[in-house]
Design a protein around this ligand. Structure first.
Ligand code: C5P
Length: 221
């Protein structure tokens, strides 16, 4: 495809979502939050009371679930699952854990592959996820792999959740992040790893704007 793609992969808490959205806005490009697709399937599976150990049912769920993205009047992205606004439920640790579990099923990943590629529309796409540069858009012209220390990622998440009034402990979050990292890095299909041609940026100690500028400089030197 001639339509440019910038892939931004990395572990949870690396700042991918914030950076990707900001870069997409600055470029005027479309934005794909691929994690939201996995989370949406996890949430829909929960609604349908599906067994997370029943791959066939989860694959059907991945094909059948209607997942829509739209901006609310304030411009904040909302995720609509089967007609229901599930944005808040999608961000919970439960949805993240369900997403991570179903994301390990190869047929679920292929069920979502074409949906992800359909986001590639003019004038360009910023694709945020774990395997954007390695599996979904291997031909992307620009690839970034964002990292940050586990401690810093846990702290960022802690602040986010505290601002929302969710009660969590820093220690608990750090343990969850390390467990999810291990699961995402060691699974047999599409393990989290940088594409060979990805530019790695360690965001530990860097502010959002500094990272956004570094990413934009790759696309518009
Ligand atoms: O990025 P986010 O935390 O929303 O992703 C939730 C989970 O979905 C991740 O922990 C990962 O297991 C899975 N995922 C994936 N491939 C992607 C995006 C997310 O496997 N491209």
């Amino acid at each position: 495809s001639e339509i440019p793609v910038l892939t931004i992969d990395g572990p949870s808490g690396s700042g991918k979502g914030t950076i990707s959205r900001a870069v997409a806005a600055r470029l005027g490009w479309h934005y794909l939050d691929s994690g939201a697709l996995y989370r949406a399937v996890g949430v829909a599976a929960g609604w349908a009371d599906l067994d997370l150990a029943d791959p066939a049912a989860l694959v059907r769920c991945a094909f059948d679930t209607d997942i829509g993205f739209r901006a609310d009047p304030a411009g904040e992205p909302r995720v609509i699952i089967n007609g229901v606004d599930a944005t808040d439920e999608l961000r919970t640790e439960t949805a993240g854990a369900a997403a991570s579990a179903i994301a390990a099923i190869p047929e679920v990943r292929s069920a979502l592959r074409d949906r992800q590629r359909a986001f590639r529309r003019a004038p360009g796409l910023v694709a945020d996820g774990r395997d954007m540069g390695t599996v979904i858009f291997p031909d992307a012209g620009h690839k970034v792999f964002l990292t940050a220390s586990a401690d810093e990622r846990a702290e960022r998440r802690y602040k986010q959740l505290k601002d929302k009034g969710v009660s969590v402990t820093l220690d608990g979050l750090l343990r969850e992040i390390l467990a999810r990292d291990a699961r995402d890095a060691h699974r047999a299909v599409a393990p989290l790893r940088p594409a060979d041609d990805a530019v790695r940026i360690d965001t530990t100690g860097l502010g959002i704007e500094a990272v956004v500028e570094r990413v934009l400089a790759l696309v518009q030197p």
